[in-house]
Design a protein around this ligand. Structure first.
Ligand code: 13P
Ligand code: SF4
Length: 306
């Protein structure tokens, strides 16, 4: 007979303890994975956490750029990406040669990259940002001319909220958040007139302009938990709606759109995590030393400015 979810979870917990493994899960992972993780959060918070844990092996349940960020901050640890097919279409949108070319053609602006980028791409960027630190970091930069990559929506949000900068954008973005339409906002507001609308800045400006709160995944969760309001329309990945409903059963959470489900984030299964623990699955992240050194510079700059 097939094992139950709880049986597989127990097997993972047993192996994880025996082999001294730390399991990290991005908050967009499925509930069954979130339940067995040591830490749950956004990509940057998880990579910082991984640095401080004593475990030599870390399994990152998320997408490739997240496992790479963990490796960048903890080069001496064995970092395993839970499912080797879990990529992020936004992170992989531009090649470093394209960015080098655009930078050269446009007067050598300061290249600000969203953390959702490959390590390879980070090697040609000047400073990295997260969705929660983007405004603060761009504001603090001495440079006036900025090329913000890859997300045109987060970039537009920064451009609209930071004065005195010349911010150039490229047509990149998250295919999951960017597919939400203004029509869906109007419909959700009509269906839930008393709910506050909380939106991720990876959504298009026509959606963001209706929001009562705009922020990162963690920002949205913190806002919903601490707010006095009872009802919320959630403009980010479906997993956040579910997690908030688990954590705040007395409040009501509605998805802004049924389409905000990241297939890449959902590629990892519980059995993948079990196989990673057994040493028969996942992919050990290997990065060239020189690439890591160059890419880490823009993360160090983010830490310095953040
Ligand atoms: P944050 O969790 O940093 O808000 O990013 C959202 C996202 O799309 C992660 O892939
Ligand atoms: Fe990439 Fe968007 Fe999925 Fe996040 S939600 S992993 S940015 S495709």
């Amino acid at each position: 007979m097939a094992k139950t979810i709880a049986e597989v979870q127990n097997e993972i917990l047993k192996l994880k303890n025996e082999k001294d493994i730390c399991i990290l899960a991005h908050s967009y992972q499925g509930r069954e994975i979130i339940e067995i993780a040591d830490f749950v959060g956004d990509s940057y918070a998880l990579s910082v956490k991984a640095k401080s844990v004593p475990n030599k092996t870390v399994i990152m349940c998320g997408v490739r750029f997240m496992a790479e960020t963990v490796k960048l901050l903890s080069p001496d640890k064995t970092v395993i990406l839970s499912n080797k097919n879990a990529g992020c279409p936004m992170a992989e949108q531009f090649e470093k040669e394209e960015i080098e070319y655009i930078k050269k053609k446009n007067g050598d602006p300061c290249v600000v990259c969203y953390i959702n980028t490959t390590t390879e791409l980070k090697t040609v960027c000047d400073v990295c940002v997260t969705s929660s630190s983007a405004l603060k970091i761009v504001e603090k930069l001495d440079d006036k001319d900025i090329l913000f990559i890859p997300d045109i929506n987060l970039g537009t949000y920064v451009k609209n909220n930071v004065k005195g900068k010349n911010i150039q954008l490229l047509h990149g973005g998250c295919p999951v958040h960017a597919c939400v339409t203004e029509n869906e906002v109007l419909k959700a507001k009509e269906a839930h007139p008393n709910a506050l609308l909380l939106v991720h800045p990876e959504c298009v400006p026509e959606v963001v302009k209706h929001a009562d709160y705009v922020g990162s995944t963690s920002g949205i969760m913190d806002f919903a938990k601490s707010s006095d309001a009872d009802e919320f329309i959630i403009g980010t990945e479906q997993a956040i709606v579910e997690t908030l409903q688990f954590e705040c059963p007395e409040k009501s959470f509605y998805p802004l759109s049924v389409n905000i489900t990241c297939r890449n984030m959902k590629t990892t299964t519980l059995v993948d995590v079990l196989n990673c623990c057994k040493g028969t699955g996942g992919e050990v992240i290997e990065l060239e030393e020189d690439t890591m050194k160059k890419a880490k510079k823009c993360i160090d700059r983010m830490i310095e400015l953040g």
